[in-house]
Design a protein around this ligand. Structure first.
Ligand code: HMG
Ligand code: MG
Length: 300
């Protein structure tokens, strides 16, 4: 079984200029739950002027907690610091995601901190989360390349990943923030990581900026990775990584896995309906080739 972490409502929508209503986001998330996804990153508790689309995190999470908490689905939320954590905790968030990068230039732009400073913040957050029994997932951005510093050495990824595991995260998601990775690099980086960490504790987070995401997922699967982040319809981007387009589309990943007989627990017609709903709200065509074909033909 392959685990897909759906990041459309957070990574997908955070870059959208059209501010969606909390109700529309909730409808989208409910439909994602209906489709069978078991882990859905729903929002982030960040500074509203930095990411205006996530300004309704409190209202959205409250609605999710009240109406969807009995569905056996995990709803992680991204938090950058203790302030974000405390808000999340007070609302009953049970899983958070913390984030840093392999590039100081990127973390400065993204969270106004160096990598080292980001670890000081994350340490406080993880300590509090441990006390509260809140699960913590870690992200490493710019793992393969940075919009400001260019190609990245695997040694940086290794060292940041090690520090995240030492803090106590249960899994590290390796982010190709600007979609520059290619399969040879992905394979060689994973080979280095798996000499140090159990492969089951690593996830891959590919953006599809240069059309390499699915190929990179295939390479990762062959290296033994079993968890991937993706976003419904291929929504996505990062406001602090210019030109970073969507995450790999969940539908495209589903098709690849399905073709190999790998189970995801997803009902593709329901997932397609969820994507169609949100794409209409943001008035954008899908980035997913599979979804486009499926909607045109009605066939897998
Ligand atoms: P800062 O300005 O340095 O923070 O921002 P500060 O501590 O100086 O505080 C400034 C103001 O922000 C204060 O308010 C704080 O209360 C407030 P004021 O007193 O001026 O009224 N503030 C907050 N408000 C709400 N929630 C908070 C919070 N913290 C402080 N948590 C900060 C630093 C990190 C907060 C800011 O830079 C920020 O929010 N950044 C968000 C960046 C972000 O969300 N980026 C996208 C997500 S990362 C990503 O997409 C990559 C990923 O997908 C993986 C990949 O693809 O690689 C995960
Ligand atoms: Mg991302």
């Amino acid at each position: 079984m392959i685990r897909l972490v759906e990041v459309g409502p957070r990574d997908g929508l955070q870059n959208e200029k059209t501010i969606l209503s909390t109700e529309d986001k909730f409808q989208f998330i409910s439909s994602l739950v209906e489709s069978g996804l078991k882990s859905i990153e729903v929002t982030s508790f960040v500074k509203a002027p930095a990411i205006p689309q996530m300004a309704d995190a409190t209202e959205l999470f409250t609605k999710i907690k009240n109406e969807l908490s009995d569905r056996g689905v995990s709803f992680p939320c991204l938090v950058p610091n203790l302030k974000g954590y405390e808000t999340a905790k007070a609302l009953g968030v049970k899983e958070i995601a913390i984030f840093t990068a392999t590039s100081d230039s990127f973390t400065k732009k993204n969270i106004n901190a160096t990598i080292e400073e980001s670890f000081e913040r994350m340490k406080e957050v993880v300590e509090a989360a441990k006390n509260d029994g809140v699960m913590v997932r870690g992200y490493v951005s710019t793992a393969f390349g940075c919009p400001y510093e260019g190609a990245m050495d695997v040694k940086k990824l290794l060292s940041v990943t090690k520090k995240l595991f030492n803090l106590g995260v249960y899994e590290v998601s390796v982010g190709d923030t600007i979609g520059v990775a290619v399969p040879q690099q992905v394979r060689s980086f994973i080979r280095v990581l798996k000499t140090e960490f159990p492969i089951g504790k690593l996830a891959m987070h590919f953006h599809d900026t240069r059309g390499m995401a699915l190929t990179n997922i295939y390479a990762s699967l062959e290296e033994g990775i079993t968890t991937f982040d993706s976003s419904a319809g291929g929504l996505g981007g990062c406001p602090y990584a210019k030109g970073a387009t969507g995450n790999v589309a969940t539908e495209d990943v589903w098709y690849l896995l399905h073709s190999q007989g790998l189970d995801t627990g997803i009902d593709i017609s329901k997932l397609a309906a969820a994507s169609q709903f949100i794409l209409e709200k943001i008035n954008r065509p899908t980035e997913s080739k599979f979804l486009r074909a499926y909607l045109n033909t009605g066939k897998i």
